[in-house]
Design a protein around this ligand. Sequence first.
Ligand SMILES: Cc1cc2nc3c(=O)[nH]c(=O)nc-3n(C[C@H](O)[C@H](O)[C@H](O)COP(=O)(O)O)c2cc1C
Length: 225
Amino acid sequence: MYNCFVTYAKINMQRASTGAPEPVSHMKVFIVYCHPSEDSFTSNMRDAFIRGITDSGNDYIISDLYKMGFNSDISEEEYLRDAYYREDPEVAPDVLAEQEKINSSDAIAFIYPVFWTEAPAKLVGWFDRVWSYGFAYGDKKMKMMDKAMILCSAGNPLSRLEEFGLLDSMKKVMFGDRLFGRAKEMEFVVFDGTSREKEERKKNWDANLKKAYEKGRGFFAGSGS
Ligand SMILES: Cc1cc2nc3c(=O)[nH]c(=O)nc-3n(C[C@H](O)[C@H](O)[C@H](O)COP(=O)(O)O)c2cc1C
């Protein structure tokens, strides 16, 4: 189980037990996690991904938006700043903390369940506030991420998500807008058919967690580990 808020993984003990190769250098991924309950597939998927990251000899920090009680409502002051392209009003401390986590990391990963073909509202609001003028656009101070990965769980099967172009629209919003020009490499990973009423949820549980682990384990492959 990971530690909440900003957590530096203690990786060396685990590396010894798994026989993972010695890393050339530590890379750090900032995980933005958003699910309202620990009683979920998504929390297990998060833990498997984190195990993969630490087993590869790399580090992570995490923002668990629900546990932090992250305020996802953009204020009028923030709106006026971002809509009028102004940099002078101060950035709120909770937003600044998120921006510092980004700029202290090499890469970013978003982990969430699909709610109405989007990220949960709290994560959408995180973008509204953290992707501020002067940080994510304009004369941006945001560091170019080496990599951005989205890991999301969807209740529907892939066939349904593809039939209506729903998966495509989720990808377009994340890649074509939120992450556009902000990450060198982007990957969208969907764990589909994860609704509780679906047989596949149970049937694919272990394979899905293995996949999440492998995504973490191979996350920085080619960039130092
Ligand atoms: C409010 C709400 C909206 C949802 N909307 C969608 C949706 O649009 N598409 C979809 O495939 N699944 C949808 N789901 C299903 C969740 O994605 C599913 O519960 C989750 O992936 C299962 O994993 P969990 O155990 O981590 O919650 C929705 C679930 C909730 C609670």
